[in-house]
Design a protein around this ligand. Structure first.
Ligand code: AKG
Ligand code: FE2
Length: 247
């Protein structure tokens, strides 16, 4: 029996950064997700993006010359990701600049603890429509990280039109969803993938929300909220973003 949510209008899920944290936390508790618009100054996002771009450029050179350390092989070539702790802005970890009090407070309400901290498994990720690099199928982060968490998803660019966005199921879940894995990809291999067919069967075909996002906007969702990379044939540019996980 499909768990069909009553349709939620995206206006109910969307908040400007000056709204009270309790409204945003309320949306995450009721619907599993909220979007906060214009949360970060564009200049901050640009400086984090530039620091990440320098790391990508360096690793691309290493990969081309066959000198990429084997430990980075999957991370760089398949996930096209960078551990967030490696991204520094004038010596300051990017996560410290991004995980400010408002977000920690919202996450704290959801996790029932004061001021959660950043989980080491937080990444910069680049999704490339041309090659499928970086793209992830439906999953729940708590299945992968094996702990309760709140994910702050931060795109470096406007996305959802010609660049991939994220698709989330705007429905609060209280458990892990059984996984039925496809054959390819890291999440399938670790038994964390929910196939698109299984997702549609369980939640309905049009139940996912794939918001357009502007640089400076974020999505906040729980470790149980089902989500995936959202890529259509109209999207011909890459998108880089951060998954910042609070625990
Ligand atoms: O950025 C994406 O497309 C997927 C990211 C994701 O699954 C995550 O942030 O946990
Ligand atoms: Fe995820």
């Amino acid at each position: 029996m499909a768990e069909r949510p009553t349709a939620v209008d995206e206006s109910e899920l969307t908040f400007s950064g000056d709204r009270h944290y309790a409204e945003m936390a309320g949306s995450v508790l009721r619907h599993g997700v909220c979007r906060i618009t214009a949360l970060y100054p564009v200049a901050l996002i640009d400086s984090v993006a530039a620091a990440a771009a320098a790391i990508y450029a360096h690793r691309d050179v290493l990969a081309e010359s066959g000198a990429l350390p084997p430990a980075l092989d999957v991370t760089h070539r398949i996930d096209r990701s960078i551990l967030l702790s490696e991204v520094l802005i004038q010596g300051i970890p990017a996560a410290e600049l991004l995980a400010f009090d408002l977000l920690r407070t919202i996450a704290g309400v959801c996790l029932h603890k004061p001021m959660p901290s950043v989980h080491h498994d937080s990444y910069v990720r680049c999704v490339r429509p041309a090659t499928g690099e970086g793209e992830l199928p439906y999953h729940q982060d708590s299945r992968v990280l094996e702990c309760p968490l709140v994910n702050i998803w931060i795109p470096f660019v406007d996305c959802g039109r010609n660049r991939p966005t994220l698709e989330v199921l705007p429905q609060r879940l209280f458990d892990l969803v059984p996984t039925i894995s496809g054959e390819d990809g890291h999440l399938a291999q670790i038994g964390a993938e929910i196939t698109a067919a299984a997702f549609q069967e369980r939640f309905g075909a049009d139940s996912g929300w794939h918001p357009e996002m502007a640089k400076g906007d974020v999505l906040v969702f729980t470790g149980l909220t089902v989500h995936r990379s959202y890529v259509t044939s109209a999207m011909d540019h890459e998108r880089t973003s951060i998954d910042l996980r609070l625990i």
